[in-house]
Design a binder for this molecule. Structure first.
Ligand code: DC
Length: 220
């Protein structure tokens, strides 16, 4: 294992387009795509299933202690399971959207999931998307991007996906929480995707990776 992790960190607010960018990028490079939002969503799904108030930290921790949450890599994508069950199709429900920022504010939840994310990045070359990947999970990542978009564009994207999601409220909680809040890493390249197609964002990222010596596909 090299000292510098083979990590491309993609951070940004909700619905900024980073998941799509991360997926395409990972596939072009032959790297593993890791969606860390889905890990927080899986924990939240368990909290919702248990009928627990997501703002009740002690109750959230009791749920976390009672479940087994694991992440595996399948077909080059990270997959989360709760008690052995693949719940991917239930991770974007309105109830999960509403509760996820509260669950993600709990320090012990974050430390458990961050450890899993760091392990993945040590075992594979990864394109990892989230909120704190370049700032906290992999501060030494050699490639960091912050994908942004105007709020009205992000709201329109969620609408097109048919999802009810209070983005502004989620962004407010994600950006102001005490532990690893959403912010731009000092050494991240900011890309505003508001007026760019997915292909244009990917092309811009690839151009920067090439300038920095990362050729495609990268060595494993
Ligand atoms: O990327 P997403 O919208 O699916 O993420 C869902 C929530 O998970 C987001 O509102 C905040 C939290 N999250 C986080 O705190 N840290 C991450 N690295 C990824 C997501």
């Amino acid at each position: 294992m090299s000292a510098i992790p083979q990590v491309i960190a993609l951070d940004g607010p909700a619905a900024s387009g980073k998941s799509s960018v991360a997926r395409v990028l990972a596939s072009r490079l032959g790297w593993i795509y890791v969606n860390t939002g889905n890990m927080y969503r899986a924990a939240t799904w368990a909290v919702v299933e248990a009928g627990v108030d997501a703002t009740d930290e002690a109750a959230v921790l009791r749920v976390m202690g009672a479940i087994s949450l694991e992440v595996t890599v399948e077909k080059r994508h990270s997959i989360v399971r709760v008690n052995g069950r693949d719940i991917e199709s239930e991770l974007n429900s309105e109830a999960v959207n509403r509760a996820v920022s509260h669950v993600a504010s709990v320090e012990a939840v974050r430390s458990q999931l961050v450890a899993m994310q760091q392990r993945l990045g040590q075992e594979h070359p990864v394109v990892m998307e989230g909120r704190d990947i370049g700032t906290f999970v992999f501060p030494d990542a050699p490639y960091k991007f912050y994908i942004d978009a105007h709020e009205d564009v992000r709201l329109a994207r969620r609408g097109l996906q048919g999802q009810a999601d209070a983005l502004q409220e989620r962004d407010r909680i994600d950006s102001t929480r005490k532990v690893a809040p959403l912010m731009v890493a000092e050494d991240a390249v900011i890309i505003d995707s508001s007026h760019l197609t997915l292909e244009q964002v990917v092309a811009r990222v690839m151009e920067i990776l090439h300038e920095r010596g990362l050729t495609s596909p990268a060595p494993h």
